[in-house]
Design a protein around this ligand. Structure first.
Ligand code: ARG
Ligand code: GLU
Length: 674
């Protein structure tokens, strides 16, 4: 408790006059920020944001599919998130005959909503600090077990904040009957695709609509036709008033991972070694998959989600390196560390210990990252793992294999294996004797890959036979990779700095920073727990003399529209609406034209996981759905800079316009009470 009080006291003690719009704050501690929020225009109270005594905004925010955010927008559990967050579910429901990616889908009534196998959402019941319980000897597992016994469908986690200086328990209700209500076609939901991804100005209608179902007691339940729409304690009211430059905005969601406090050594590793290596490897993989997709419409669908996932981080890392260089993050960290040393000579050893720990673990972490980007991506290994599973019955194994082969093309995997084995052989230093022997027996890594795919029977589902799989050469390949997995295990952490041998030095270092740097606003790094970030709608100087306005419109979509390019070929209904200026209630005067607003940017501090997050105005009403950041601001995971960093939001008025004019699904708009 003492430690905690100290940290809270520090949070309060800081002089609040002019905070930058930086930080991702724990909702239960938001009272420490509310003064600053109000000075920037916010009209609600801390209790409105988070309360365990009454319904609050937190009851309308969900963790979507374990890695995105969603928001509840009706009293019948209607849910908005990004198109790219619903993508896996939409793709799984799609086939060449019923291609919801290409054509979109709009249920015309509740009866037409489509169950999404495996899709789950988590709604936070409450969060509470458990630093003392852990200090008193309770284990994480005990705390979690007790919490999960509290209610039906409860899921709990214990997460550390500030590198283990404090710990929090999060208790969720996990709902597993979630159904697709509507999605725009990819040419809207993913308009511009990888080309426009991470880019501003942007024109992507990145949204999709789902609904949560519950049992007759409103509790989580597996899918059943008897389930009823979930009745939330609270849902977001939608504002169609729109936003203007300078308006207060708040984001409520589940940011996944930031590294605000890492030292210069880690920045150097990211910008000079890790990102460049991963970018180069992914370029190869994307070229291989992209070439196969260009040849076949079936492969285009089969590999759509895989391609998008690989391309997303690939492009993000490129922007991150650019942003780090542009802001001089490495030199700034070096200077900050020098100042810390000078003013805290008795604690300078912490920085030395950190530097030594990074050095000690560098080879291991690099090999872990290399394994992840090369060997792990060779998909054929998965069928051996399915066959060997001790949890699955034979019937379940066949079902899992069917799911796997639905989106698998052996010729693509062969090319990927060839390239990735070669790359691993060149760069990996944790290679196993077994894998080395296999390479040598077949004239090197590439020769081995050829031989492997020539000789396996597992290329198609017809060859998947539980009785004979152990004699397939892919089984021997999996066994040869296993010792590598063993060796990288001690380094298998989300970030370099989270390796325990490094992190143990971060705990006293961050504490020392908090005691020393009184002007800095210390937020706990993102770790996929619920957070609030706030800022304002703002354009920015993209380059010298080049200012980017904060809002885009339908004009920009039509300007990019091109029937010959898959990703820019908008639906005819959109062209028709534009030609007739048939905007109904969604038309506005903006950027000097009568048009429809599409996207906007703001200074909210966000990261991966914030996709789909509700973007709220000063009254806590929904004005947009967060979905991206600008390219150079992806480095806000390491250093947030208000002049450069912007999150990208889909304007709720564009969402409504698309549901209305492209989807023709007025009933959804009515249900949202608009
Ligand atoms: N960049 C966004 C995010 O990090 C959107 C990703 C999906 N879109 C894509 N083209 N891959 O998740
Ligand atoms: N698109 C990201 C996501 O899936 C959000 C963008 C970001 O990283 O800020 O969460």
């Amino acid at each position: 408790m003492k430690r905690t009080l100290l940290i809270i006291a520090l949070l309060f003690a800081t002089t609040f006059s002019a905070f930058a719009d930086k930080g991702m704050w724990l909702p239960s501690l938001i009272s420490s920020r509310i003064k600053d929020m109000k000075s920037k225009g916010f009209k609600l109270s801390a209790e409105d944001i988070y309360s365990i005594n009454q319904a609050s905004l937190k009851d309308a925010v969900v963790l979507f599919d374990g890695g995105c955010t969603g928001e509840i927008v009706s009293e019948k559990g209607l849910l908005l998130t990004n198109h790219h967050c619903g993508y896996d579910a939409i793709q799984a429901l799609s086939s060449v005959e019923n291609d919801y990616l290409t054509n979109g889908y709009w249920a015309q009534s509740i009866a037409e909503e489509l169950p999404c196998r495996g899709l789950k959402v988590d709604i936070l019941v409450r969060m509470e600090e458990v630093t003392d319980r852990l200090a008193a000897g309770e284990t994480k597992a005990d705390i979690i077990a007790k919490a999960e016994a509290e209610g039906v469908g409860y899921r709990a986690t214990v997460e550390s904040m500030y590198y283990g200086n404090i710990a929090y328990l999060f208790i969720y209700r996990q709902y597993s009957d979630v159904r697709l209500v509507g999605t725009p076609p990819t040419t809207i939901g993913k308009f511009g695709a990888d080309n426009d991804n991470w880019i501003w100005p942007r024109h992507t209608g990145d949204f999709s609509v789902f609904r949560i179902y519950a049992n007759e007691n409103n509790e989580p339940a597996e899918y059943s036709p008897a389930n009823k729409p979930y009745k939330p304690a609270r849902h977001f009211k939608i504002s169609t008033e729109g936003i203007n430059e300078g308006d207060f905005t708040m984001i409520y969601g589940f940011p996944g991972n930031t590294q605000e406090y890492i030292t210069s050594d880690a920045v150097e590793y990211i910008a000079e070694t890790s990102d460049p290596t991963k970018i180069a490897l992914r370029t190869q993989r994307l070229d291989i998959i992209g070439a196969a997709q260009a040849q076949s419409p079936a492969v285009r669908i089969q590999y759509a989600a895989k391609h998008a996932n690989i391309a997303n981080a690939w492009k993000k890392w490129q922007g991150e390196v650019k942003g780090i260089n542009r802001l001089g993050t490495y030199s700034k960290k070096v200077a900050y560390e020098e100042r810390f040393r000078k003013e805290n000579p008795e604690k300078a050893y912490l920085l030395d210990s950190l530097a030594a720990a990074y050095e000690r673990n560098r080879e291991g972490y690099f090999n872990y990252e290399l394994y992840t980007e090369t060997l792990r991506g060779i998909e054929l290994q998965q069928v051996v793992n399915i066959a060997r599973s001790t949890r699955l019955s034979d019937e379940q194994k066949m079902a899992a294999a069917e799911l796997f082969y639905k989106d698998f093309v052996v010729a693509v995997d062969r090319d990927l294996a060839k390239a990735m084995l070669k790359a691993y052989a060149e760069m990996g230093t944790f290679i196993s004797a077994e894998l080395k022997a296999l390479f040598e027996a077949h004239g090197g890594a590439e020769g081995y890959a050829e031989w492997l795919y020539d000789n396996t029977k597992l290329g198609t589902i017809e060859g998947f036979d539980l009785a004979t799989i152990e004699s397939d050469p892919v089984a021997a390949f999996v066994d040869a990779v296993a010792p590598i997995q063993q060796r990288i295990r001690p380094y298998t952490y989300r970030n370099f700095s989270n390796i325990p041998d490094i992190e143990r030095w971060f705990r006293p270092y961050v504490k020392a920073l908090m005691e020393w740097d009184k002007k800095r606003a210390f937020f706990p790094d993102a770790n996929l727990t619920l957070r609030v970030a706030y800022g304002k709608v703002a354009g920015y100087e993209y380059a010298d003399g080049e200012y980017h306005l904060p809002q885009t419109t339908l004009e920009g979509i039509i300007a990019k529209d091109n029937p010959d390019i898959y990703d820019y070929n908008v639906p005819q209904s959109l062209r028709d609406a534009y030609a007739k200026k048939d905007y109904g209630r969604w038309g506005v005067e903006l950027n000097g034209k009568y048009t429809v607003p599409v996207c906007f940017i703001a200074t909210n501090h966000t990261t991966g996981g914030n996709s789909g997050s509700p973007v709220l105005n000063k009254y806590g009403e929904l004005v947009g759905i967060n979905f991206d950041r600008t390219w150079l601001s992806t480095m806000s995971d390491i250093e947030f800079d208000e002049t450069l960093c912007r999150n990208i939001i889909c304007d709720i008025r564009y969402v409504l316009f698309v549901i209305d004019k492209v989807g023709g699904a007025k009933w959804i708009i009515e249900e949202m009470g608009v």
